[in-house]
Design a protein around this ligand. Sequence first.
Ligand SMILES: NC(=O)c1ccc[n+]([C@@H]2O[C@H](COP(=O)([O-])OP(=O)(O)OC[C@H]3O[C@@H](n4cnc5c(N)ncnc54)[C@H](OP(=O)(O)O)[C@@H]3O)[C@@H](O)[C@H]2O)c1
Ligand SMILES: *[C@@H]1O[C@H](CO)[C@@H](O)[C@H](O)[C@H]1NC(C)=O
Ligand SMILES: *[C@@H]1O[C@H](CO)[C@@H](O)[C@H](O)[C@H]1NC(C)=O
Ligand SMILES: *[C@@H]1O[C@H](CO)[C@@H](O)[C@H](O)[C@H]1NC(C)=O
Length: 299
Amino acid sequence: MALLSRKLLIPLLGLVLALYFYSGGDEFKPELLKGKRIIVTGASSGIGEQMAYHLAQMGSHVLITARREEKLKKVVAKCLELGAPSAHYIAGSMDDMVFAKSVVKKAEKLFGGLDMLILNHMGDSYYNFFNGKVDHVRKLMEINYLSFVTMTVEAFPMLKSTNGSIVVVSSIAGKIGQAFVVPYSATKFALDGFFSSLRQEFILKNVNISITLCILSLINTDTAVNAVGDVLRMPAAPQEECALEIIKGGALRLREVYYKYELTKIPILFRDWVPELLDSIMRSGFIVENLKNDSSLFS
Ligand SMILES: NC(=O)c1ccc[n+]([C@@H]2O[C@H](COP(=O)([O-])OP(=O)(O)OC[C@H]3O[C@@H](n4cnc5c(N)ncnc54)[C@H](OP(=O)(O)O)[C@@H]3O)[C@@H](O)[C@H]2O)c1
Ligand SMILES: *[C@@H]1O[C@H](CO)[C@@H](O)[C@H](O)[C@H]1NC(C)=O
Ligand SMILES: *[C@@H]1O[C@H](CO)[C@@H](O)[C@H](O)[C@H]1NC(C)=O
Ligand SMILES: *[C@@H]1O[C@H](CO)[C@@H](O)[C@H](O)[C@H]1NC(C)=O
């Protein structure tokens, strides 16, 4: 009886607390973003592209970046059509820290300041058992993690003077270990460690820069849908709505954004309480036979 009530009470308490924190806080208004100067990385496709369009509609100045110049040009043109007071791009790869810095420098030149840094890009990886390629792990760490750190350092003076915001796009795989995305998951956990620690130091130093870590479940971008294919039979949430929720969270200076809430916040509540149960539920969601060629280290 005592055990049962403990098993029920704790998750219930967790749920109530979660709902309390979720519903609390200010109301979002698009005017919060009007005239704001914003960098969006990884904006040539997917969630980043959709964020650029939302921001354009809300009247933000946007500087977008990714590697594919042709795609960036089109996104910039559409941003201007949608009403962005200004929209620019800079093309390059985030495995190069000199380029990562130059994106922030370009924002400084164009806008004379920065209100929000949205770090969203991710490098190409594979969806399969860990293949043992350490060079790939290092490369992905540089793209998904080190460039985020580099841009944050470079943007710090501007963000400090505007009381600006840093928005970090992460994943449920950055909170709970996931099969088939071992190197990717590691990069996302690294972001949590860095930015959650940095947030503590900002508060200790009275630096009024908000840090919003975004925990996403499966989203219907081409990259994600192609990667998981038939292995993960799970509905993918819409990228347009996802992009809006990230922007709202950043504008409201939330600590974390959970989207979809029930597929991220709830599993995380269970993570430290019944980890084996949670892991086995996660494993049962996979159809392992549907993995493409397995070049596993463990074969
Ligand atoms: N979709 C999901 O299910 C899901 C779930 C959880 C978290 N997320 C996170 O959401 C974010 C966006 O993902 P998405 O699904 O929208 O994927 P996506 O459409 O593939 O977007 C990735 C972006 O990053 C850019 N990029 C890739 N490699 C790069 C490099 N070396 N240097 C600079 N830019 C690079 C890509 O553009 P170029 O190829 O032109 O460089 C693209 O604009 C990622 O941080 C991802 O981890 C997504
Ligand atoms: C921090 O900056 C935000 C955005 O400018 C502002 O709304 C908030 O009041 C500031 N916080 C403090 C403690 O002054
Ligand atoms: C930034 O926040 C500080 C409090 O941390 C506040 O005193 C200051 O007025 C704010 N500055 C601007 C430009 O909003
Ligand atoms: C999978 O592996 C087999 C044998 O190793 C090979 O013949 C086939 O082309 C591979 N398929 C793909 C899609 O890579």
